[in-house]
Design a protein around this ligand. Structure first.
Ligand SMILES: CC(=O)N[C@H]1[C@@H](OP(=O)(O)OP(=O)(O)OC[C@H]2O[C@@H](n3ccc(=O)[nH]c3=O)[C@H](O)[C@@H]2O)O[C@H](CO)[C@@H](O)[C@@H]1O[C@H](C)C(=O)N[C@@H](C)C(=O)N[C@H](CCC(=O)O)C(=O)O
Ligand SMILES: Nc1ncnc2c1ncn2[C@@H]1O[C@H](COP(=O)(O)OP(=O)(O)OP(=O)(O)O)[C@@H](O)[C@H]1O
Ligand SMILES: N[C@H](CCC[C@H](N)C(=O)O)C(=O)O
Ligand SMILES: [Mg+2]
Length: 490
């Protein structure tokens, strides 16, 4: 694909700018990384988290960039290059990327899902539901990006604005009618979604995570709220009104406010009639529905999905009929039981205190009287350290045995990460805990400890097929290890 556009064709995005050089030059691509700049590209210099993109302007030009977007004029001006100066280059990059790719989000109904937990689950179920309703659908998620059935591996939950608009351009080319995407707080903060045209937004919940990045819980809330503040009046803003911050999220939105709940009067209201390891029996807006999804948190996720489908004018009976046949996303309460083995393993992506609590509460409610819960969990390296003791506390209080291990250590020493977790464990629970930093050994130890009927929760990595150690991703799959072990036992 080689789209050619002149600068003046795409500079019409309504943001003020100053220009040095001709706006009639043609560009053949946009990048915010000088290492990806090639002949004919526009290089957007962005002040990042660790580096300042402005220091790579020369490098980008050497690689062939013909235009530069910046927030300050560089010391050396190259006569052959056009420079565009703006106040916020990351926001302008989003807008220019949208214009360059022909405003792809205008071509379909785009719904964004934000919240600490549940984004992947809600977006994935919406993707599957709308596909079964007969539409061509796109998905942008942590696990994978999908264009009408074709999967493209995902690197981030929400890609950068250029990658995102390119992905959406392809979705348009494939004729997608609906696109469901996760909107991470990082994405809002870094303007990765600037310029996108959302038909609606969903808020699932907010709890402790990413404080390494946002610093305070208030700043984390503000990042999520900004997504709703910027929705257009014709859009819908669907919030979880049982969440303490559910109303705050939609307080200043111009969009149509909608609410879902399990406890309060709401536009979309569910009541749990029965809950088991097989699924949920719900009354959703007074209609009975059986779901294959497990646990109260999935009653919330399913109600959000129902709400979105109704806002998008789908037939409620068809929606509920299909919803009742759908499984959760990969690595979300993924139950594995060997054919003859009598031990249950649950692989789950719980990597926040709230998710771990919800998953363990669900397991506690579903377990038999003599069932022991054995939890294997670690915390990611180079990520929010303050969640480490909290996760250890919850795991120790809600499990019978606890194995502390590694998640993705990244550039940290796995033993140091476990050291940060341990202080969260109350004194009287410490004898139930052991430390095995090598994750494979920890999983096998957990499964070996289990007696007939016990449940082993393996938390934190869910669908991930790698373990990231010192900048390298080594193949690693929690589910595969469990399957191998349960197979051996048979
Ligand atoms: C903390 C964070 O979000 N970092 C993102 C951010 O990087 P950064 O600000 O550190 O970039 P930087 O290294 O300071 O560089 C500044 C600028 O100079 C450019 N540069 C840099 C070097 C060079 O040689 N040439 C060059 O042009 C960079 O491309 C960048 O534009 O901007 C980069 C470009 O868009 C992202 O790739 C990068 O994501 C990193 C890889 C990451 O791990 N992000 C995670 C934390 C993340 O975004 N997670 C969220 C939420 C997950 C969830 O809860 O679901 C997600 O959406 O995935
Ligand atoms: N509605 C919910 N409320 C609380 N916990 C949830 C909810 N839905 C899922 N979870 C838990 O959180 C974990 C992550 O769920 P999911 O992947 O859907 O969230 P996410 O918001 O996409 O996470 P991430 O930001 O890391 O991509 C699940 O494995 C489950 O343990
Ligand atoms: N999107 C989340 C994923 C965390 C997954 C967990 N396995 C870890 O590595 O900490 C993040 O980047 O913080
Ligand atoms: Mg996700």
């Amino acid at each position: 694909m080689n789209i050619l556009k002149t600068l003046n064709e795409i500079l019409t995005v309504g943001l003020p700018f100053e220009i040095k050089g001709s706006d009639e030059i043609e560009i053949s691509g946009i990048t915010l990384d000088s290492r990806k700049a090639v002949d004919g590209f526009l290089f957007a210099a962005i002040q990042g988290f660790t580096l300042d993109g402005h220091q790579f302007i020369e490098k980008a030009i050497e690689s062939g960039a013909v235009a530069v977007l910046c927030e300050k004029w560089p010391d050396r001006i190259d006569e052959k290059v056009t420079y565009i100066k703006v106040e916020d280059s990351s926001e302008m990059t989003g807008r220019l990327a949208s214009a360059y790719y022909d405003y792809p989000s205008n071509g379909f109904e785009l719904v964004g899902i934000t919240g600490t937990n549940g984004k992947t689950t809600v977006a994935t179920i919406l993707y599957r539901l709308f596909t079964k309703l007969g539409y061509k659908v796109g998905l942008v998620s942590t696990v994978e990006n999908i264009i009408a059935g074709k999967t493209i591996p995902a690197q981030l939950t929400t890609p950068d604005s250029v990658a995102l608009n390119e992905l959406m351009w392809k979705m348009n080319e494939e004729g997608c009618e609906y696109v469901f995407m996760e909107v991470s707080s990082h994405a809002v903060d870094q303007n990765r979604i600037a310029g996108l045209n959302f038909r609606g937004g969903v808020f699932t919940n907010i709890s402790h995570d990413h404080l390494d990045y946002h610093k305070t819980f208030k700043a984390y809330i503000s990042a999520k709220k900004k997504f709703f503040d910027e929705l257009k009046p014709e859009a819908f803003a669907l919030t979880n009104s049982d969440d303490r911050n559910g109303e705050v999220m939609i307080q200043n939105t111009k969009a149509n406010k909608r609410r879902y709940s399990l406890r309060k009067i709401a536009d979309y209201k569910s009541k749990i009639m029965e809950s088991s390891v097989e699924g949920l029996q719900l009354e959703m807006n007074n209609i009975d529905v059986h779901l294959k999804l497990v646990g109260q948190f999935n009653a919330y996720n399913a109600t959000a999905v129902f709400g979105v489908a109704m806002e998008l004018d789908q037939d409620r009976f068809k929606v509920l009929q299909i919803l009742s046949s759908l499984q959760s996303a990969e690595g979300r309460f993924d139950l594995i039981k060997g054919e003859k083995a009598d031990v249950f393993a649950i692989v789950d992506y719980a990597h926040t205190p709230d998710a771990l609590e919800k998953v363990l509460d669900t397991i506690q409610k579903l377990k038999g009287a003599t069932t022991q819960i054995i939890t294997v969990v670690g915390c990611g390296g180079n990520r929010d350290k303050s969640k480490r003791p909290k996760m250890a506390k919850i795991a120790s209080e809600k499990s019978d045995r606890l194995i502390l291990t590694s998640d993705n250590p990244r550039n940290e020493d796995p033993e140091d990460i476990i050291d940060d977790m341990v202080p969260g464990i109350p004194q009287h629970k410490t004898q139930k805990m052991i430390r095995i930093s090598e994750r494979r050994s920890a999983i096998i130890a957990g499964l070996s400890m289990a007696q007939a009927g016990d449940i082993v929760l393996i938390a934190g990595k869910g669908h991930e097929k790698y373990q990231e150690i010192k900048g390298e991703r080594f193949p690693f799959d929690d589910k595969e290890i469990v399957r191998e072990f349960l197979g051996q036992k048979r």
